[in-house]
Design a protein around this ligand. Structure first.
Ligand SMILES: [Cu+2]
Length: 122
């Protein structure tokens, strides 16, 4: 009767280490950018990243905010409560203006630069 339990525990350990390896791979391979939302302001207001970067917005304000592309380049976030975050991976070079659709005067932009091959700095 113990055998299935042991087998399932072993499988759990294998799946766990595969997931851990996956996280390490993603971290090493895809750069990250961060924008914080505080006091009705996106900071930095303009963030420059390389193509392939995952940008994460985190709401540090005590009221909900959102992130929406001015040109519908990416799906808009839901309303982010305090400490909620929203991420999008920018793969195409360009300038992406965005705003908070609850407070449309809150604007920011992400500038995505082309990767320059193997000499690109990490
Ligand atoms: Cu807002």
């Amino acid at each position: 009767m113990l055998r299935p339990i042991v087998a399932s525990t072993a499988l759990g350990a294998v799946v766990g280490s595969v997931l851990a390896a996956g996280v390490l791979f993603v971290r090493a391979d895809s750069p990250a950018g961060a924008v914080s939302i505080d006091n009705f302001t996106f900071t930095p207001q303009t963030l420059t990243v390389r193509a392939g970067t995952t940008v994460t917005w985190t709401n540090r304000d005590d009221i909900p905010h959102t992130v929406a592309s001015a040109s519908n380049a990416f799906a808009k976030s839901k309303a982010l409560d305090t400490d909620d975050s929203y991420s999008f991976t920018f793969t195409t070079p360009g300038t992406y203006q965005y705003f908070c659709y609850i407070h449309p005067r809150m604007v920011g932009s992400i500038v995505v630069e082309a990767t320059t091959g193997s000499n690109a700095t990490q």
